[in-house]
Design a protein around this ligand. Structure first.
Ligand code: NI
Length: 204
């Protein structure tokens, strides 16, 4: 069993930009397997490596029977069309909010073996590809809400039974080495000052 615990909102790893994959090795394939197994166990539409505490640019997806993964993804938007619809996140369990996204997306990246991959997504698949790529930049879907809805989301998160502001989780050193993200605190833990200052960059 390679199902791993999912990091929840408040864990600094979710706010740390992930690093590009350089080595397409057995360790990467183990990561893709862990992401796939954990995503399936949680019935998720997608899962990004930072959600398992790993700061690498990798995610898996499972949308309308189309399953796969993408390494070092880059998104292209072929048009200006947008969509609006409910979105959620395994790191923000139980909460769903209408989130604007682009309707069509072309995601380019690599397979776990380093082969070039291109995924053309529309609707839900396009939403998933944007949501998961955001995770790799330390961005969460609530960041995409308008200010009013974001405040409502933050209120709901603070009231969620899984949220523990007094005990923010610690970054554990992953098997892929320490995170070197540009926005992480060196201690890997939110300090009291960070918390009072606006730990999530969302405003209060
Ligand atoms: Ni998510």
């Amino acid at each position: 069993m390679t199902v791993q615990p999912i990091r929840l909102f408040g864990d600094p790893v979710l706010r740390t930009p992930a690093e590009p994959v350089v080595d397409f090795d057995a360790e990467l394939r183990k990561l893709v397997a862990d992401l796939t197994d954990t995503m399936r166990e949680q019935n998720g539409a997608g899962l990004a490596a930072p959600q398992l505490g790993v700061g690498l640019r990798v995610f898996t997806f499972d949308v309308d029977g189309v399953q796969g993964h993408l390494v070092n993804p880059v998104l292209d938007f072929p048009d200006e069309e947008e969509q609006d619809g409910q979105e959620g996140c395994l790191s923000i369990p139980g909460l769903y909010f209408d989130t604007k996204r682009r309707l069509n997306v072309i995601a380019k990246g690599f397979s776990e073996y380093g082969d070039p991959v291109q995924i053309v997504g529309t609707g839900l698949m396009a939403r998933c590809l944007q949501h998961e790529t955001d995770h790799l930049d330390g961005v969460l879907f609530i960041d995409r809400l308008d200010p009013e809805a974001r405040k409502e989301a933050m209120r709901a998160i603070r009231q969620a039974d899984w949220y523990d502001e007094s005990n923010p989780p610690v970054i554990k050193v992953s098997p892929h080495g320490p995170l070197t993200g540009r926005r992480s605190s060196p201690a890997g833990r939110l300090t009291a000052a960070d918390r009072s200052a606006d730990p999530f960059g969302l405003g209060r």
